[in-house]
Write a protein that binds this ligand. Structure first.
Ligand SMILES: C[S@@+](CC[C@H](N)C(=O)[O-])C[C@H]1O[C@@H](n2cnc3c(N)ncnc32)[C@H](O)[C@@H]1O
Length: 240
């Protein structure tokens, strides 16, 4: 009963106010504000991407990615929305890949450039919905799309054309009420409305080759999908 009341309170009172605030901001301003106000928690570091970037589920995700890397002869990884690099650093340290972490928050990228000294790890500030992205064999997008609107997700997905392997990971409810309920960009996710992001369903309709699930809570899981390779209509060679 307590959980039900808390969930209704969040949906009816908290989320509309959060969404009103962030709706007025650009994507970059939104995530700058989230990090500067520690909206995803404070782990004692200058930037925290939240509890989802640490703990058992994050480690299981890293193990899964490391296995994918060795099974698919991956040498270059691009991590779109790398956040605080808790996940990325694990992958870099436990493999031999060259890694590029991309994020829309300039000060977070500057921080990584000045504090990560591994020659196999580089960082770049870019907006995945609009900017040109660096080449790689494997593209990771973990817990990023869930914070964007459906229109922004559509643009980001179109920007991934040309990558050989794309793994998209999203927190989703185990028993969804609706797929891809729209929301403005912000720190919140669709979970409180019984929804999440499933890229194979409308309005995205992406072809996926495979999916994997890692349990998160009694009601949610981290779902990773491998996108079937998309032909690049721009016929560019940079992202392949
Ligand atoms: C919840 S964090 C996830 C961080 C990391 N992927 C992980 O799983 O630990 C989402 C990150 O995506 C970044 N992000 C959101 N929208 C973006 C965009 N359009 N372009 C680049 N980065 C974006 C945010 O700044 C934030 O660092």
């Amino acid at each position: 009963m307590k959980d039900f009341i808390r969930s209704v309170y969040r949906r009816v009172w908290v989320l509309p106010r959060i969404q009103k605030l962030y709706r007025q901001l650009t994507i970059a301003q939104t995530f700058q504000h989230i990090y500067s106000t520690k909206s995803w928690g404070d782990n004692g570091e200058p930037f925290s991407s939240g509890s989802g970037s640490r703990g058992t589920a994050a480690l299981r995700y890293c193990e899964f990615v490391l296995e994918f890397i060795s099974e698919h002869d991956v040498h270059r990884v691009v991590d779109l929305g790398c956040g605080d690099y808790a996940v990325g650093s694990h992958i870099v340290q436990a493999s031999a890949v060259d890694y590029v972490g991309i994020d829309v928050v300039p000060e977070l990228i500057e921080y990584h450039k000045n504090s990560v000294f591994n020659p196999r790890a580089r960082f770049q500030c870019a907006d995945i919905t609009s900017d040109h992205l660096p080449p790689a064999d494997l593209c990771l997008v973990r817990q990023v799309l869930q914070h964007l609107s459906n229109e922004e997700i559509g643009k980001a997905l179109a920007n991934l054309r040309g990558y050989k392997y794309v793994l998209i990971s999203e927190d989703v409810p185990i028993r969804p009420r609706v797929f891809n309920r729209d929301k403005p960009h912000g720190p919140d996710i669709r979970f409180y409305f019984g929804s999440g992001v499933w890229v194979e369903h409308p309005p995205f309709n992406m072809a996926i080759s495979k999916s994997w699930e890692i349990p998160l809570t009694a009601n949610s899981l981290l779902r990773t999908v491998l996108i079937a390779r998309m032909p690049d209509p721009r016929n560019e060679t940079t992202a392949s």
